[in-house]
Ligand binder design. Sequence first.
Ligand code: NAD
Length: 360
Amino acid sequence: MGVFASTEDPGSTGHEQVVFCQDKQSGLKAIIGIYSTALGPALGGTRFYPYASEEEALADVLDLSRGMAYKNALAGLDLGGGKAVIWGDPEQVKSEALLRAYGRFVESLAGRYYTACDVGTYVADMDVIARETKYVTGRSVEHGGAGDSSILTAWGVFQGMRAAAEHVWGGPTLAGRRVGVAGLGKVGKYLTAHLLEDGAEVVATDVNPKALEWVRATHPQVGLVDDTAALVASDIDVYAPCALGGALNDDTVPALRAKVVAGAANNQLAHPGIEKVLADRGILYAPDYVVNAGGVIQVADEIEGFNFERAKLRATRIYDTTREILRLADDEGVPPAVAADRLAERRMAEVGRLRTIRLR
Ligand SMILES: NC(=O)c1ccc[n+]([C@@H]2O[C@H](COP(=O)([O-])OP(=O)(O)OC[C@H]3O[C@@H](n4cnc5c(N)ncnc54)[C@H](O)[C@@H]3O)[C@@H](O)[C@H]2O)c1
């Protein structure tokens, strides 16, 4: 296994294993981060990105793999948390040889890590990687894969939002509420359809004119505003960030008029402490990694041989998990983001510990 200079001691971050992979001929430089296998093999996607430095790539993989451990734990999966990064510009260096070299490194971990798609990698890439390793999900339907994960991501966000609505207004429905959807991409579109079906009023925004055309044509009743700033400041009951990370920041949180935040975007909290500002303003934040777990539930199901109905049932349970987190937050007097972390850590410790019971 190739090694290029490691700059950080993985032991100091709590990770089980960090593997540096290099194949000079194909140009592959990858880092696979395994945060925890307490609940099972680590699962998390491969990000293919032109990082400015090796330090930046390493910091990202350490951060992302830890996040996956928490997400998978609360999704109720028998899977630990891992993630990988390939350092390079996918437009310039992605090739069959590079992806297959990467697949061989994944295979060499003998099932401690399962990969999937992330930023810069697609279903077609997973099919190529699968020619070298069985430890890959997110493949195309023709190759036994689950296909588009945004369908169950949106379904799960909707379930989490229902639980938050129940906590705040007493009933598990968005009927009669105004929901602001920021980002009408793959997830935002499906979420909008669920909300309308439930009887909610939807106001939305997107920077892509094609997304706006789509909503005008398919759901003309959806109100449109110019940008996220206008959406946040408008008279909405629920804010659903479905575009990029960092949606909850020092500009948006003070301006927010919604009582609930529940959306698909990853890493919505721009910095530590912002969850406290939300709580102090009386805004209930349904933690992003809890409500957007439908996608990982979908790809994880592929490991057993994909069954949409079974995966949908698991994604529906995001409603119960969100309820439990909100109750725990109230009981322990902490923001929901802190309660979610505690619940995930509890499951990793309690269920992970069972492996110390010897079977033979
Ligand atoms: N697709 C999944 O299964 C999945 C799973 C978990 C989390 N997520 C997260 O959910 C979010 C949405 O994912 P997606 O698959 O729908 O992505 P996507 O790229 O299909 O959609 C994102 C949409 O946001 C819009 N957008 C970008 N910047 C914007 C801005 N400043 N204001 C308004 N709109 C803006 C884009 O034009 C696009 O239409 C991402 O943060 C993603 O990481 C997705």
